[in-house]
Design a protein around this ligand. Structure first.
Ligand SMILES: [Fe+2]
Ligand SMILES: [Fe+2]
Length: 295
C-alpha cells in the first residue's frame, strides 16, 4: 500500500486517527446493557419517521389504509436495520483484511475501535429485527467489482463504500433519534448509533480524501474515471435498496412489485433522494471527485 516516495496516509490522516481513537476510548460504553428491550413495540405505533418512509410525498401513499401505512413503517424500519446488519458484515470483512497488514500502520489503531463498535452495532440492529420483526430481510447489496484495479483504487472503492453507507444511514439515524413520534427503543438505537458513527464518518472521510489525492497524483485517467463512476453507481444502488419488495409485501400491499415500481418513479422522490445523498455529494465535490457546482 505504501511506497517510499509517497506514503498514502498523510499527516492529516494521522492527526484524525489520534483524535478519534482518544474520543472512542472516552466514549466507550457497554451496548449489551445500554438498551431496554420491551416485550413489544406498542400496537399502532409509527416505527419510522413519516418523512423517511418511501411513500412519503407520493401519489401511491393514498392507496394505503391506516393499517397498511403503519405496517409499512414497521417493515421499512426492519428493512433499514437489516440493511445495516448486511452492510456492517461487509465492512467488517474489508477492515479485518487490512488491520495490522503492511501499509495500514497509521489507520490501524482506529480500526480496532471501528471493528469493536461495528460488531456491537450489528448485534443491536439484528437484535431489533429478530425481536420485533422475527427475521432479517435478505441482503440485496451491490456486488463488489469483479475486475482488479490498483491497490489504491481498490482501497478508494472499499473506503468509499463504507463512508457512503455510513453517511446515508446517519441521515436516517439523526432524524429518527430526534423524532418524538417514535417509541423510545427506536429513538435510542438510532441515537446511540449516530454518536459512534460521527467518529467513523470523520475517519472514513480522511481515508477517502487521502486515497483520492494519491490517485490523482498517479495521473491514471482511466482509474480516476472508474472511481468517479463507482461512487455514482454505489449511491444509486444504495437508494434503490430503501425500496423493499419484502416491506411492501409484509405491509399487505397486494402487488408489491408494481407498487415498488410506482413509488420509486414518483416525481416527488427525486428531491428526497437528493436530500438523502446531499452530505455524500457535498463531500465528493469538496475533495474534487465530483465537479464543483457553478452556481
Ligand atoms: Fe455502525
Ligand atoms: Fe460505522
Amino acid at each position: 500500500m505504501t511506497t517510499a516516495a509517497t506514503p498514502v496516509w498523510d499527516e492529516e490522516v494521522a492527526t484524525a486517527v489520534r483524535r478519534l481513537t482518544a474520543a472512542a476510548e472516552n466514549d466507550y460504553y457497554n451496548p449489551y446493557q445500554t438498551f431496554d428491550w420491551p416485550e413489544r413495540i406498542p400496537e399502532g405505533a409509527l416505527w419510522m419517521s413519516e418523512d423517511l418512509l418511501t411513500v412519503h410525498g407520493t401519489a401511491a401513499a393514498a392507496e394505503l389504509d391506516r393499517e397498511q401505512y403503519l405496517a409499512l413503517s414497521k417493515w421499512e424500519s426492519i428493512n433499514f436495520y437489516s440493511l445495516n446488519v448486511h452492510g456492517i458484515r461487509e465492512l467488517l470483512q474489508e477492515v479485518v483484511q487490512r488491520i495490522h497488514a503492511p501499509g495500514y500502520e497509521i489507520p490501524t489503531p482506529f480500526f480496532h475501535h471501528f471493528l469493536g463498535e461495528e460488531n456491537e452495532h450489528m448485534w443491536f440492529f439484528a437484535e431489533f429485527c429478530l425481536r420485533y420483526g422475527g427475521r432479517l430481510f435478505p441482503n440485496r447489496a451491490m456486488a463488489f467489482p469483479a475486475e482488479k484495479h490498483s491497490a489504491m483504487l481498490d482501497n478508494f472503492i472499499v473506503f468509499s463504500r463504507i463512508l457512503i453507507f455510513e453517511q446515508i444511514v446517519d441521515h436516517f439515524n439523526s432524524r429518527m433519534a430526534a423524532d418524538a413520534a417514535l417509541p423510545e427503543t427506536i429513538r435510542a438505537i438510532n441515537r446511540v448509533h449516530h454518536q459512534d458513527e460521527s467518529r467513523h464518518i470523520a475517519f472514513g472521510a480522511q481515508l477517502v480524501r487521502a486515497l483520492w489525492e494519491r490517485l490523482r497524483e498517479s495521473g491514471d485517467e482511466r482509474e480516476l474515471a472508474t472511481a468517479r463512476q463507482y461512487v455514482q453507481k454505489y449511491l444509486a444502488s444504495s437508494i434503490q435498496q430503501l425500496y423493499s419488495v419484502e416491506a411492501y409485501r409484509d405491509a399487505g400491499i397486494p402487488d408489491p412489485f408494481a407498487f415498488r415500481a410506482k413509488v420509486v418513479a414518483d416525481p416527488a422522490r427525486s428531491a428526497v433522494h437528493a436530500s438523502i445523498t446531499a452530505r455524500t455529494d457535498t463531500f465528493y465535490r469538496r475533495i474534487g471527485v465530483f465537479e464543483q457546482r457553478t452556481v
